[in-house]
Design a protein around this ligand. Structure first.
Ligand SMILES: C=C(OP(=O)(O)O)C(=O)O
Ligand SMILES: [Mg+2]
Length: 436
């Protein structure tokens, strides 16, 4: 019988994809098993998220994390010594209690989530199985539908366009690997169209093109043309998924669009998004209005939730209570699950479970500041989330996750089930007709 007690836990400072320091935690168990994980970081963060601990006035512009690393080595490590790594809930409860703040600001959200994920990896290693399998515990799983960014905008591209993520989903693909093949063709087609029009300006934080578009509609038009010119049928085979991330350009029901210098109220914003849903092959919309705009979320879900996935990210901040409230109130029909937004693996799982119980779509997501850490790939499979959002091609911190899912898919062989269209049968706000 493996001895999965924590024997050693070490925090260190490493670097993320935005060139910022972050926290890595390494755990060693009594039986020799090890686990390692790195905290990611968001740019468009919701107000209810766990707060990362950084140093303040360092020469890295207030972005250093030496204090969070200190939390790991001086407080968390002694507290977790000899604890059973296979009891994730108890480990996470101890981390939350040790911190003692509602927003994890004493020890640092980055210190806590890296520890929580590293312990999870060590427990899987101790059991001698891949992490996804350890999480699944014998229950059936699906390989997730990838949501892949083609154009970046908002906080990930200096507000070059208002909408943060223009992504594609390929639910008609027969497998995850085929969905990647299709998306790569579309990515290349989009790049070609942009170069022809003189609109390509490198890549944004999550690997999508950094676009020089004059309007959000130009991005939607170009993306639809890219789907077609890559040889796919919009809607029937390939859809568009948007992360509007509206909190980045509005609060209190007033939204200021940088591109066309307009301020919209909630109804006007919803009308604009509704016009896009009518005109373009949009299957999914994340954070269509601001995180404080409950009325707007309700109205948007009421109008479009039967034909379109309505995801709460900043709006739900991976919080089970908020997911339950959204299900009762009809203010979303899907939840984005970001472990560092919740704070620990256990809390992220609780949010996902609350979503599933409510009939919501569930999407495990990376952050805009990432590393080679592939934990989210395993969570998406092991928790049978159905969907995974990680960013795009051309950036290896993103490809590390997509490639990890390819490995998992291959390891399952013939028995690998791809989620595909099944994710658009959410019932949270009535039956979906997103499937053509
Ligand atoms: C992944 C996202 O970006 P960030 O990590 O900046 O919140 C998102 O908003 O969904
Ligand atoms: Mg988002």
């Amino acid at each position: 019988m493996a001895d999965a007690r924590i024997a050693q836990l070490h925090g260190r400072r490493v670097w993320d994809s935005r060139g910022r320091p972050t926290v890595e935690v390494e755990v060693h168990l009594a039986d020799g098993a090890t686990g390692r994980a790195i905290a990611p970081a968001g740019a468009s963060t919701g107000q209810g998220e766990a707060l990362d601990l950084r140093d303040g006035g360092s020469r890295f512009g207030g972005l250093d994390v030496r204090r969070a690393v200190g939390s790991v080595n001086h407080e968390i490590a002694p507290a977790l010594m000899d604890r059973d790594a296979t009891d994730q809930e108890a480990v996470d409860r101890l981390l939350v209690d040790l911190d003692g703040t509602p927003d994890r600001s004493r020890l640092g959200g980055n210190a806590i989530v890296a520890t929580s994920m590293a312990v999870l990896h060590a427990a899987a290693a101790s059991a001698g199985v891949p992490l996804w399998q350890h999480l699944a515990g014998g229950r059936p799983v699906r390989i997730p539908l990838p949501e892949i960014q083609i154009f970046g905008g908002g906080a990930h591209a200096d507000r070059r366009v208002d909408v943060q993520d223009f992504m594609v989903v390929c639910p008609a693909a027969r497998s995850f690997s085929e969905a990647l093949d299709w998306t790569a063709e579309i990515y290349r087609a989009a790049g070609g169209l942009m170069r022809q029009a003189g609109k390509a300006q490198g890549v944004a934080d999550e690997g999508g093109f950094w676009p020089a578009f004059d309007s959000n509609e130009e991005a939607l038009e170009t993306l639809t043309r890219a789907i077609e010119s890559a040889g796919f049928v919009p809607s029937a085979q390939v859809g568009i998924s948007l992360d509007v991330a509206a909190s980045q350009f509005g609060r209190g029901g007033r939204y200021t669009l940088a591109l066309d210098d307009r301020t919209l109220d909630t109804v006007a914003l919803i009308d604009m998004l509704g016009g896009w849903i009518e005109q373009y092959p949009i299957l999914s919309v994340e954070d269509p209005v601001g995180e404080d705009d409950h009325e707007g979320m309700l109205e948007f879900t009421r109008r479009y939730g039967h034909r379109c996935q309505v995801i709460g990210d900043d709006y739900l901040v991976t919080n089970a209570k908020r997911v339950e409230a959204a299900a009762t109130g009809g203010t979303a029909n899907a939840v984005l699950v970001k472990p560092n937004q919740a704070g620990t693996v256990t809390e992220a799982f609780q949010a996902l479970r609350a979503g599933k119980e409510a009939g919501f779509g569930t999407i495990v997501s990376a952050r805009s500041g990432e590393t080679e850490d592939v934990t989210v790939a395993h969570l998406s499979v092991g928790w049978d989330a159905g969907q995974l959002k990680v960013g795009s091609f051309t950036r290896s911190e993103r490809m590390a996750k997509w490639n990890e899912v390819l490995r998992i898919e291959e390891s399952l062989g013939e028995s690998a089930e791809f989620s595909g269209w099944s994710v658009f049968t959410f019932t949270g706000s009535g039956p979906s007709t997103a499937r053509p």
